[in-house]
Design a protein around this ligand. Structure first.
Ligand code: C2E
Ligand code: MG
Ligand code: MG
Length: 687
């Protein structure tokens, strides 16, 4: 199955990622080149600075050497004449270390002497001294700034191609001080070729080391960044997956399924193919969980998802909407036959038993379908209608498929409204209990009443228990209703003369879930003060079909409280007798269906006779429900039935109509003794 592309805005396609990566790499390369260029410029600036500094220091040292070692220096500056001794000394200083030339200036900035000219002996005066140049008045602005401002001035020069000049040299102008007095300035020519070469080599080495370090650090940073990006992308992908999928089965979740449907709806509206939704609910999945444990339940859900995936076609979408509820979006639906075929494949696939460890579990599926466009025009409606169809499949026998049916939908809606009204029924007082008398056969004595719930709906009038009790069970309201009935019945019975008892019907749902039925019963007894011996609880055999052990456990606890337990509607189940030995019931109530057929069908009589005999042999009392005619009653008496109940003896009536001393005030002929009309029966029947 191919999952649909969902929320494309949040997804980054691989080619997009590749492109982004290329752009980033290019940007990083440009940045690196820029960095290298600017660092090269920085390095040459630093080198220049070093060379200038070195030249300045050399020149200053040189100036000190001149002033310290050259005799007649002041005279030379003052008189502008060069003594031979001074000339000799200066000649000796012409080339020291990297210095290869110098010039001397007087305080007015006039060139006094250039070292190259020291060998020339022109303009000698009488004493043999050389006459130096004329006064010109600051011909050199550099010297002027040194002399007036006391600042040094350094220039680096390229000597390549110039005769008598090294490839790189500096001209450093520094003051000449003697005895703390400025006597002039000296321009020192320093050969910087070797030093520049050394600096260059040192810088190159540093650059190499720094480059390698930068490469290592940069590489590590890039690796870490890439790693973090990859992890972030993986986390993002995982989060997106979790947000869109059901973790257990890997199918799409409800929200993503909704998105997929919405996209299909848009495509359909702009001329795209038709599509349908099939809702799938596993039948009796709860029993798998209850009897094999939750991990087995999970395994069934996973296997079910796999089967659904195998059944659908390319372009269809499988989703788990929650619990044991799945849905499929079938794409490319041309007509209902397409849906029908897929639904049949689904039902068949799920009908194969699931293998859980050693066990084989049958967990069929009920499937309901609705088609977009014909059944519904919105996604919400489509889902709702597929759900209604699924419900129909379930109620018509499970393990089958149904299309959406508007009539059923109306009934379901009606049921929903009724369930809503039922929720308010206890509070608004429209629920009540009626009581139907039970008679002892032997002495025709009134022995108690069965409490039967009644709902008088404000608009719809009386609603039968056969309608609202299953509704309360399905909508999870039965526990509240059952608790209320117990409290009400016990409180009422406590006002009756002893030993009249009350029988209260219990629903199977009251035994499951979280409710502690024993506590509920005990509370009702405590609150009313009714003796437990006067309370009887009626259960039906369907209760014992599932979870027998825990039900028997609860029944034992209830029995230990002192209340009696009766099995209601006996004989209507598939294997009534099988349940009789599982718990020591106090009473069985033969279902009305047997009472009806009693006089007309000899076989029914034989069955009833057998039930009574079997129950008696186990020490269990027998009640016959639905006694409507005198012949029925006569025969039941003859068969030895212990208790009688039916319209003939008294209909269910409200509590205020009960008269325990005589006749029930409403309904025909109900009395504490057998009704007058029956007294004329043959003595054998009255016995
Ligand atoms: P059930 O416990 O077997 O109650 C006997 C039903 O048979 C009552 O129907 C009663 O009115 C009816 N009945 C009694 N004698 C005759 C007769 O001679 N002829 C005919 N035709 N019917 C007779 P009802 O009150 O409609 O209750 C139906 C079922 O609803 C009850 O069957 C019981 O299973 C359930 N139910 C009623 N009240 C409660 C309740 O408080 N809690 C629970 N869990 N279920 C209740
Ligand atoms: Mg009953
Ligand atoms: Mg019954």
């Amino acid at each position: 199955m191919r999952l649909p592309s969902l929320s494309p805005s949040t997804a980054e396609a691989p080619s997009d990622r590749q492109r982004t990566l290329w752009w980033r790499t290019l940007a990083a390369a440009v940045a690196l080149v820029g960095l290298l260029a600017s660092s090269e410029r920085l390095l040459s600036l630093a080198a220049e600075h070093l060379l200038e500094h070195d030249s300045e220091q050399t020149a200053l040292g040189y100036a000190r050497t001149i002033t310290d070692n050259v005799p007649g220096l002041s005279e030379m500056f003052e008189q502008r004449r060069l003594d031979p001794a001074t000339a000799d000394a200066l000649r000796g200083l012409r080339e020291i270390g990297d210095v290869f030339r110098f010039k001397l200036f007087d305080r007015d900035g006039n060139t006094l002497l250039v070292s190259d000219a020291l060998d020339r002996a022109d303009g000698l005066d009488a004493s043999g001294a050389t006459r130096l140049g004329e006064h010109q008045g600051f011909p050199s602005p550099v010297v002027e700034s040194i002399v007036l401002g006391g600042r040094n001035h350094i220039e680096l020069k390229d000597g390549r191609g110039k005769e008598g000049r090294p490839p790189l040299f500096s001209e450093a102008y520094v003051p000449l001080m003697q005895g703390g007095r400025l006597i002039g300035a000296v321009e020192v020519y320093v050969d910087q070729t070797a030093r520049a070469q050394r600096i260059r080599e040192a810088f190159f080495q540093v650059a190499c080391i720094v480059g390698v370090l930068l490469l290592i650090i940069g590489g590590a940073l890039v690796w870490q960044w890439q790693h973090r990006q990859r992890e972030r992308r993986l986390a993002h992908d995982r989060m997106r997956y979790l947000a869109q999928h059901d973790v257990l089965s890997g199918a799409l979740n409800r929200a993503s399924f909704h998105d997929a449907l919405q996209q299909a709806a848009w495509r359909h509206e702009s001329g795209g193919p038709g599509f349908a939704v099939l809702c799938i609910d596993l039948d009796r999945f709860k029993e798998v969980n209850d009897s094999h444990g939750h991990s087995a339940g999970d395994a069934v859900l996973r296997e079910a998802t796999e089967r659904l995936r195998q059944v659908v076609r390319h372009g269809d979408v499988v989703a788990r909407l929650g619990g044991d509820e799945f849905a499929i979006m079938q794409s490319g639906v041309a007509d209902s036959a397409d849906v029908d075929r897929l639904a049949q494949r689904l039902v068949d696939a799920m009908a194969v038993p699931f293998k859980i460890g050693e066990h084989r579990v049958v967990c069929t599926a009920s499937v309901g379908a609705a088609t977009f466009g014909s059944d519904a025009n919105t996604i919400e409606d489509l889902l709702h209608k597929a759900d209604v169809a699924m419900y129909r499949a379930k109620t018509s026998g499970r393990g089958r498929f149904s299309f959406y049916d508007a009539e059923l939908d109306r009934k379901l809606e009606d049921r929903r409204v009724l369930a809503h009204d039922l929720r308010a029924a206890i509070d608004n007082g429209s629920l009540s209990l009626h009581y139907q008398p039970l008679f002892e056969r032997a002495d025709q004595r009134l022995i108690g009443y069965e409490a039967l719930m009644r709902w008088s709906h404000p608009q719809r009038g009386a609603i039968a228990p056969s309608e609202f009790i299953p509704l309360a069970e399905d909508t999870g309201q039965i526990e509240v209703l059952g608790e209320w009935a117990l409290q009400r019945a016990c409180a009422e019975a406590a006002t009756w003369p002893a030993p009249l008892s009350v029988s209260v019907n219990l629903s199977a749902a009251q035994f499951s879930g979280d409710s502690d039925l024993t506590r509920v019963v005990q509370t009702a007894l405590d609150a009313s003060g009714l003796s437990p011996r006067r309370l009887e609880l009626e259960i039906t055999e369907s209760l014992l079909m599932n979870n027998t052990e825990s039900v028997v456990n609860t029944l034992s606890k209830l029995s230990a409280l002192g209340v009696r337990i009766a099995m209601d509607d006996f004989g209507t189940g598939y294997s009534s007798l099988a349940y009789l030995w599982r718990f020591p019931f106090d009473k069985v109530k033969i279902d009305r269906a047997f009472t009806i057929g009693l006089n007309d069908n000899r076989k029914v009589e034989l069955i009833v006779r057998s039930i009574i005999s079997l129950a008696h042999s186990m020490g269990i009392r027998v009640n016959a429900e639905g006694v409507e005619t005198a012949p029925q009653m006569a025969l039941l008496q003859e068969l030895g039935c212990d208790e009688l109940q039916g319209f003939l003896l008294g209909r269910p009536v409200p509590a205020h109509s009960l008269r325990h001393d005589g006749v029930v005030s409403e309904g025909p002929a109900a009395a504490t003794r057998l009704p007058q009309s029956l007294r004329g029966l043959p003595p054998a029947l009255q016995a």
